[in-house]
Design a protein. Structure first.
Ligand code: PLP
Length: 217
């Protein structure tokens, strides 16, 4: 199956309201262009350096999303072009994104990454941490970022009960926040192996790599 075939199959399996982020990490510009020519305009990367080189080489109407752990000292390299940062996992990082966005005279859309998996290695904020960030006076002074939603990565398992529990946990919090903060509209959850389950549990943005581009090495 070609990248084009994979994409067409994926598009036909999801409703129109679902945003598809094609995760192109480790993939070449040629592979990304094949997806682009099939109509895909949103791509996700997990490394700042790759975002910078791919952004400069590829068409300017691509929306680039940062989906991986982001170090504060690297925000400056992507601030002028990044469309959405999925992986805000601490307040200091958010303040740095705001600072760099201000320098570039723009507003950067962000998602707060919530830790939903039990594995120790996964980054993310707790629900209590999110609540205290959103309530803080300092947060209200950040005029150059916009929190438009939440992101979560479920455990690496094919145990559906565990996945359902983690997705439900995040979706419940998302629904609560939406009532208070009308800007919060995006729920980024679901990858190649669990996107269908994620959508059943409220996801409206999925991040899919290997199902489109093939397995990574
Ligand atoms: C790599 C990655 C994905 C995509 O994973 P696939 O299993 O290839 O679909 C999604 N989200 C994040 C944060 C990733 O790092």
């Amino acid at each position: 199956m070609s990248i084009n075939d994979n994409l067409k199959k994926l598009y036909s399996s999801i409703d129109n309201y679902i945003k598809l982020v094609a995760v192109s990490k480790t993939k070449s510009n040629e592979q990304i262009m094949e997806a682009y020519q099939s109509g895909q305009k949103i791509f996700g990367e997990n490394k700042v350096q790759d975002l910078v080189t791919k952004y400069s080489a590829l068409p300017k109407d691509i929306d680039w999303h940062m989906i991986g752990h982001l170090q504060r000292n690297k925000v400056k390299y992507i601030a002028n072009f990044i469309k959405l940062i999925h992986s805000v996992d601490n307040f200091k990082l958010l303040k740095e994104i705001n600072r760099q966005a201000k320098k570039n005279n723009l507003t950067i859309d962000c998602l707060l990454q919530i830790k939903i998996a039990s594995e120790e290695t996964k980054f993310g904020l707790s629900i209590d941490q999110v609540k205290s960030i959103l309530k803080s006076e300092e947060f209200k002074t950040l005029k150059n970022i916009s929190i438009i939603g939440l992101m979560g990565m479920a455990s690496f398992t094919n145990n559906e009960e565990i996945l359902k529990k983690e997705f439900t946990y995040l979706n419940d919090f998302f629904k609560n926040l939406r009532l208070i903060y009308p800007n919060i509209t995006v729920l980024s959850m679901g990858m190649s192996y669990d996107y269908k389950l994620a959508i059943q549990h409220g996801s409206n943005m999925i991040r899919v790599g290997s199902l489109i581009f093939g397995e990574r090495n």
